[in-house]
Write a protein that binds this ligand. Structure first.
Ligand code: NAD
Length: 300
């Protein structure tokens, strides 16, 4: 049975590891959290005492960690995962991290003869559970062919993209989530203008979906409470996708824009909006909560 080492078994990594088990992989799992580890072990994984020991003997290593610093500390250094892997091992980092750190990991992996890819995801916890994640992959064409075979267990094949060379997956992810933040805010503002002028938000949503304002926030994540069944707006903005995570992703996008001398003015505005929501104590609410401050009290 092929073996995968899975490091980072949180909201995303836990269900992903379970889907690999379902697809017939043996999973050697590691997380600093005993609780996260226990949950995946109950589904059939074997607990490893450290990240490096999870990697030993694995055909593929996966990581799904909070940020670049965590991935670096797990992978690099004398006690890191890379140093214990045989040349040719495939390592996939599905975390959302900054592109420069991803490129640094590619360089280090090359020294060990490891096939490394940055493979951040889109789709959130529900897609991680359903095995319908989108993957954007950065690295060599050869590594991508190998990666795709594994990623098929976690996402739809038509949504597994080779974004380009080292770090390209992280660039695609940051740019995508910046656009998501901008069109969510725009959607909220458009609905607020309509409601303040007597339009029914459900009717206006249908009009915009059939018109040139159509976008993902309207299609599957309508921010006006009650317009769309299953959307976080109807459940008091429980996530979904937390404001804290959107603020993190916007930070990465703005950093990238600055590093590459792109004047991402709307991205900066969106970043300020999400930072203000965090400052207001709404970091753990869904990112569509932008809507709430725009709704006039007698509308909703
Ligand atoms: P999470 O906080 O639920 O899980 C992270 C896990 O990593 C935790 O269980 C933590 O204990 C573990 N961890 C931290 N440092 C570690 C270390 N040194 N060794 C081993 N384990 C360690 O986060 P999440 O929501 O699963 O997100 C993981 C990544 O996926 C992040 O980069 C996030 O930005 C990205 N992402 C999340 C979502 C989402 O909707 N949650 C969507 C797309 C992408």
């Amino acid at each position: 049975m092929p073996t995968v080492a899975f490091i980072g078994l949180g909201n995303m990594g836990g269900p992903m590891a379970k889907n690999l088990l379902k697809a017939g992989w043996a999973v050697r799992a590691f997380d600093l959290s005993e609780l996260a580890l226990t949950d995946v072990v109950a589904a059939g994984a074997v607990a490893a005492p450290s990240a490096a020991m999870a990697g030993e003997g694995a055909d593929v290593v996966f990581s799904m960690l909070p940020a670049g610093e965590h991935v670096k500390s797990v992978m690099l250094g004398d006690a890191g995962v890379f140093s214990g892997l045989p040349a040719g091992t495939l390592v996939l980092d599905a975390s959302t991290i900054d592109a420069p750190t991803a490129r640094e990991l590619h360089l280090a992996a090359r020294d060990y003869g490891i096939d490394f890819m940055d493979t951040p995801v889109s789709g959130g916890v529900a897609a991680a559970q359903a095995g319908t994640l989108a993957f954007m992959c950065g690295g060599s064409a050869e590594a991508f062919i190998r990666a795709k075979e594994v990623l098929k267990a976690l996402g739809s094949e038509e949504k597994i993209f080779h974004a380009g060379s080292d770090g390209a997956g992280q660039v695609a992810k940051a740019a995508n989530n910046m656009l998501l933040a901008i069109h969510m805010i725009g959607t909220c503002e458009a609905l607020a203008i309509g409601a303040a002028n007597g339009l029914d938000p459900a009717v206006q949503s249908e009009i915009m979906k059939a018109s040139s304002g159509n976008n993902w926030s309207l299609q599957v994540y309508n921010p006006w409470p009650g317009v769309m069944e299953g959307a976080p707006a109807g459940d008091d903005y429980k996530p979904g996708f937390m404001v804290d995570l959107m603020a993190k992703d916007l930070g990465l996008a703005i950093e990238l824009a600055e590093q590459s001398s792109v004047d991402a003015g709307f991205g900066r505005r969106a970043n300020a909006v999400y930072k203000a929501l965090q400052a207001a104590g709404l970091g753990r609410d869904d990112f569509s909560i932008v809507m709430r401050s725009l709704i006039q009290s007698d509308d909703a």
